[in-house]
Every structure is written in structure tokens, then in C-alpha cells.
Design a protein around this ligand. Sequence first.
Ligand SMILES: NC(=O)c1ccc[n+]([C@@H]2O[C@H](COP(=O)([O-])OP(=O)(O)OC[C@H]3O[C@@H](n4cnc5c(N)ncnc54)[C@H](O)[C@@H]3O)[C@@H](O)[C@H]2O)c1
Length: 343
Amino acid sequence: MEKKKLRFGIIGTGAIAGMHAKAIEACEGSELVGVCSSSVDRAKLAEEKFSVPAYSSVKEFLANGNIDVVAICTHSGNHLEPALEAAKAGKHILLEKPIEVSLARADELIAACEEAGVKLGVIFQNRLKPGYLHLKKAVKEGHLGKLLLGTAAINWYRDPDYYNSSAWKGTISGDGGAALINQGVHTIDLLLDIMGQPNSVFGQVRTMVHDIEGEDLGVAVVNFESGALGTITGGTSLYPGSPERLEIYGEKGNVVLEAGEITTWNVKGLKPESVDNKIGGSGASDPMAIDYRLHLGQVQDMVDAILEGKDPMVTGGDARRSLALILGIYHSSRENLMIDLTK
Ligand SMILES: NC(=O)c1ccc[n+]([C@@H]2O[C@H](COP(=O)([O-])OP(=O)(O)OC[C@H]3O[C@@H](n4cnc5c(N)ncnc54)[C@H](O)[C@@H]3O)[C@@H](O)[C@H]2O)c1
């Protein structure tokens, strides 16, 4: 007998919604049953595009859409409001990165899901790139020994049109900033997933090239709870954009990933496994150069979390940690101070 599929609905039918729709349809445990756009006109277009009923009111969608799980694909500074409605309606939530644009809004979102007893998963699809999974396993099994240094470099480029064509990208209220919180957050999430809790950060950010409120260039030094050090560089001004790099150095060796692919593997006594590097892509210069199969993995993980009563792969708490670090970098740059992240 075929297993019952969980019914997913999507709120926000812009660029990333297509990736969610494809992933939800491709996943064995889920089906797309409806979408919700921000206006009647957009809902009409979305109904044609996604071939499912489309709504223009979040409340009506949640009340009548026959949904188990809501994928929230609205802009980053508007994740909270639809999430509060969805949690109140008892729907599980799979939410795009970053969790929100301020810690107060992220905390309200996490608390609402806890109170309503619904699962909250956050999309950080690069956690599922095969090269990254191989690195994580090696670290977890102790093959790199004590971790000493982790560096994340997201030295990307976005065309001025990328910002000019959007009402929210690069704005403080809509995006929370720019290069680090929108683009860099993916690799910063990986850095923290490997290196652990950051205790303090010193950062400097600049707006050098684009006509935006947020930063298009930034650097930071991170002190981890473990005693290890970290560095971060990021930008959307660094033409033509290089594949993002994650470098992890331990007492017994080091591994470098470029766009999730293992490019250096120097681990004492452990050869690299051959992994499928074709699942991946880099948004170095094109924001949509991402592989839907990674979103598919997170949809599957969400289905498993709901059916098996466990936490999703990336929880609200995990996603809060990368947000806190990035907001700490902004704070540090404004005040020219090292920011304590333990408070
Ligand atoms: N995981 C990734 O690699 C990835 C890639 C791109 C974007 N994103 C994230 O996805 C989110 C959306 O980004 P995007 O590029 O798709 O933006 P977008 O501007 O293309 O789409 C956002 C959509 O949300 C709609 N919207 C806003 N408020 C709404 C509401 N209350 N009800 C219904 N619809 C509403 C807007 O009309 C718009 O169509 C952002 O948080 C972004 O950071 C993630």
C-alpha cells in the first residue's frame, strides 16, 4: 500500500518557491497542495505556474488549504508573520534561510513553534552536499583531532540588477543587511556546524560598490568556545565571484571545500572517499545556480522529522546561531568593538 504523503503548501511564490515546489513534488513523502501569493494577480499567475490552488490571503490559505506543512518562502524580514499564523493554525514549518533578520523576531518565531508544538526546520541545503557530509563525518569521528582554525570565504558577486530589481534585497528591514546575512549565511552555517559555538566576534563591514543599505563586503575574526579561531570574508562586490570556500584545520590535518567539493584532503591516516561532487553548484555569481536535489533532501528530512517525532536536520536554534554571529559582526563594525556572543 502506498504511504500517505504529507501535504505541503508554499507561502511566497517568488524565485526560491520554484525550487521548493520541484523538491516537494520529487520527494516520495510529500505533495504540493497549494500556494499563497501576496496579491490576487500574483496568485492567478502562481496557480498557472504551480498547477495547484493559489490563495492571496495567508489566513484563508491556512484555514482552507488542507495543509500539513508550510514552506515559508517570503523575503527574509517577513518570515515571522506568516510563520506565526502557520504555527497558530497547527502547521509544521519549513522556512528559508536566514531564519529572520533580528534576534527578537527569530526568538518570537522559535517560541511560537514550541508553544504550538509544531516542527520548525530551516533550509540550509549546503549541509547535504556530499563533500560537506564527508568532512563532517571525519571531524565527528575525530580524524582531524582537536580543531584549531575554520575559515569561510564567500567572496561573491551580484550584478547591480540583482538589487535594483528587488524591493527587499540589500535593505535592512527586508534582508537584515546584505552579503553576509543573505549570501554568506550558508557557509557561515557550515562553519558553525563544524566548529561549534562562537563566543565572540570582531568584524568590519563596508558598502563599497552597490547602492544598498546593507554591506557588500565584510570580514570577521571569531573566537570559538573550544578555543579555536575562525575567520570569515564575504561580499557581493567581488567581481566576478569565486566559489565559496570552507577550510577546516585540525591537529591531525586539514580539509578544504570549494562550493562544497573537496579540493584538499590532508588527513593523517584517512583517505578521502570518492563522493558525488555533481550534486551542488555555487551561487558565486548566479543566485539560482543551486541544485533542487539539496532542497529535496531537506523536504525528506522534514517529512521524517514529523513522522518519526524527531528534530529536523537544521532547527530554529541552529539557524539562530548563524544569525546571532552575523548580527554580531554588524554590531562589532558599528561600534568598533569585539562582541560577546555568550550573553
Ligand atoms: N536556500 C537558498 O539557496 C535560497 C536562495 C534564494 C532565496 N532564498 C531565501 O528565500 C526567501 C525568498 O527569496 P526569493 O529570492 O524567492 O525572494 P522573492 O522576492 O523572489 O520572493 C519572495 C516572495 O514572497 C512574496 N511575499 C512577501 N510577503 C508575502 C505574504 N505575506 N504572503 C504571500 N507572499 C508574500 C513576495 O510577493 C514575493 O513573491 C528569502 O528569505 C531568501 O533568503 C534562499
